[in-house]
Write a protein that binds this ligand. Structure first.
Ligand code: COA
Length: 462
């Protein structure tokens, strides 16, 4: 079935079934999340209360006056079919079922019942057995993890779909703490009637999503997944982690969300065929995604490296070449401009070594020259904040240059708290910032190679 998932992510009215006044209960946390930052109407539903959090509380969804776009269900599994019937009666447009205790524990019958009711009524379900949705644009937030415990990330272009709620929420917390920008997070659990294929199709058209990250455990629609992923990949990049590589992992997958892991070799081949970039882990996935989300596409594979530490420049060049990038031949115009403005002891080759006493002025001249240089497609900028002459001014400079979105720029800084503070500032300003030379080179290379995929015959033939 082709679902309309927009009411789930962009609802005007929401009902929370199982809303409670008990602070440790999931229904309480979800209600509070909505009250905190969601702009639309919020209705608690619980037959045991007349009022919750200062709002009128209704016994059933069908008792709520007016239309309901989204119903969030957090009541024990045995009650979920009845609540679904009531959602069908109310003509709710979408449902998120947080509740666990279905197929994953052998209650396929209960999950089938929920699915049948929803399918008959044409209601898409995110879940069952999931965390649901966090959308930075609309502040739909069904994560039952209190905000003081899980930092919500800032608004950005990365959308992340995850079969596992725990992997998803840990990643979200981690992304929030590092200043990464996220558009949508979707934990879809058992995929009762909305699965990864539907979600990819939704994100394909979602304007706030620039890059799609996915954590897969398995799929029941392998062929459709490849076909849709291939089509979507030609429009937006997809980066995926596939769990269950080992036999032990694959066995664990089936008892987690009840899906089949499938052969890893088959998944690998399918990803390649569909242009999906396979990541080893979450850091790898976000490293690549951040560059896609925040930076313009490179026109080619020629990279310029600049640094205030010579050894780092050499290692960065090695890492770039190892991942398939070419070191740019700097134009004569760039070189002569640098000769005029930087001391003669700076090394004006590629990598450009602005040396240990480099200040913001040297970075300014160099970054601007590289941005204009027709021989340079991307910029790899190392800023080691341990030196006396480098401080937050260089953060402002790199952010300003990056904001022009003329060419992709990534930065690398390594160090302790002082450095980390500056890294986070750059990240929040939309500059992908890395603490290892290797990860920056890998991410920049992935973005560069993706451009080649997009202009390949695979995409042209679609
Ligand atoms: N309609 C509305 N409210 C109902 C209801 C119904 N049909 N049936 C029960 N309720 C009320 C309860 O009375 C209770 O309200 P109260 O606190 O005022 O008494 C509230 O809904 C919650 O029900 P309760 O029985 O207390 O359940 P719970 O909050 O302990 O657990 C779940 C409910 C959904 C959280 C639990 O069943 C569950 O599935 N937990 C696992 C969730 C999970 O891990 N999901 C996957 C994440 S990746």
């Amino acid at each position: 079935m082709k679902w309309n998932l927009k009411p789930i992510f962009y609802p005007k009215s929401v009902a929370v079934v199982g809303a409670s006044e008990e602070p440790t209960k999931i229904g309480h946390v979800i209600l509070r999340n909505f009250l905190k930052s969601f702009d639309g109407k919020v209705h608690p539903v619980n037959p045991g209360h007349k009022e919750l959090e200062g709002l009128k509380c209704y016994p059933k969804v069908s008792d709520v006056p007016g239309g309901i776009d989204l119903v969030v269900i957090a009541v024990p599994a045995r009650f979920v079919p009845d609540v679904m019937r009531d959602c069908a009666k109310k003509k709710a447009k979408g449902v998120i079922v947080i509740t666990g205790g279905f197929q994953e524990i052998g209650r396929k019958d209960l999950e089938d019942e929920v699915r049948n009711i929803a399918n008959k009524a044409g209601i898409p379900i995110i879940g069952v057995n999931c965390l649901g949705v966090f959308d930075t644009n609309t502040q739909v937030d069904t994560l039952f993890l209190p905000r003081f415990k899980l930092e919500r990330p800032r608004r950005g272009g990365i959308s992340f779909i995850s079969q596992s709620g725990a992997v998803g929420s840990a990643v979200l917390d981690w992304a929030g703490a590092r200043g990464f920008g996220v558009s949508k997070f979707i934990s879809y659990g058992n995929a009762t009637n909305v699965d990864e294929v539907d979600l990819l199709e939704f994100l394909e058209k979602d304007e706030s999503t620039k890059v799609i990250c996915a954590y897969f455990e398995g799929t029941k629609r392998g062929k459709e997944l490849i076909n849709v992923a291939r089509r979507v990949s030609c429009i937006k990049p997809i980066i995926a982690i596939k769990a269950g590589r080992s036999a032990a992992g694959a066995k664990a997958v089936s008892s987690h969300t009840g899906s089949l892991a499938g052969s890893d070799i088959v998944w690998d081949a399918a990803f390649k065929q569909a242009g999906v970039m396979r990541a080893e882990g979450v850091d790898d996935m976000f490293d690549i995604a951040r560059v896609f989300a925040e930076q313009p596409a490179p026109r080619g594979d020629r990279v310029a490296v600049l640094t205030n530490g010579g050894g780092f420049g050499v290692l960065a060049a090695d890492a770039c070449v190892k991942h398939g990038l070419r070191m740019a031949e700097l134009s004569e115009k760039t070189l002569s401009s640098l000769r005029q403005h930087v001391p003669e002891y700076a090394v004006l080759k590629n990598p450009i070594d602005l040396v240990g006493d480099a200040d913001v002025g040297r970075y300014d001249v160099t970054l601007n020259a590289l941005m204009k240089d027709p021989n340079v497609d991307s910029i790899y900028c190392i800023a080691l904040f341990q030196t006396a002459s480098l401080d937050s001014e260089v953060v402002d400079l790199i952010s300003e240059v990056g904001e022009r979105k003329e060419k992709p720029i990534v930065t690398v800084s390594t160090g302790g708290d002082f450095t980390k503070l500056h890294m986070r500032l750059m990240e929040e300003n939309g500059i992908p910032t890395f603490d290892t030379l290797e990860s920056a080179a890998k991410a920049l290379a992935a973005v560069t190679h993706y451009q080649a995929f997009r202009s390949s015959t695979v995409c042209k033939s679609l």
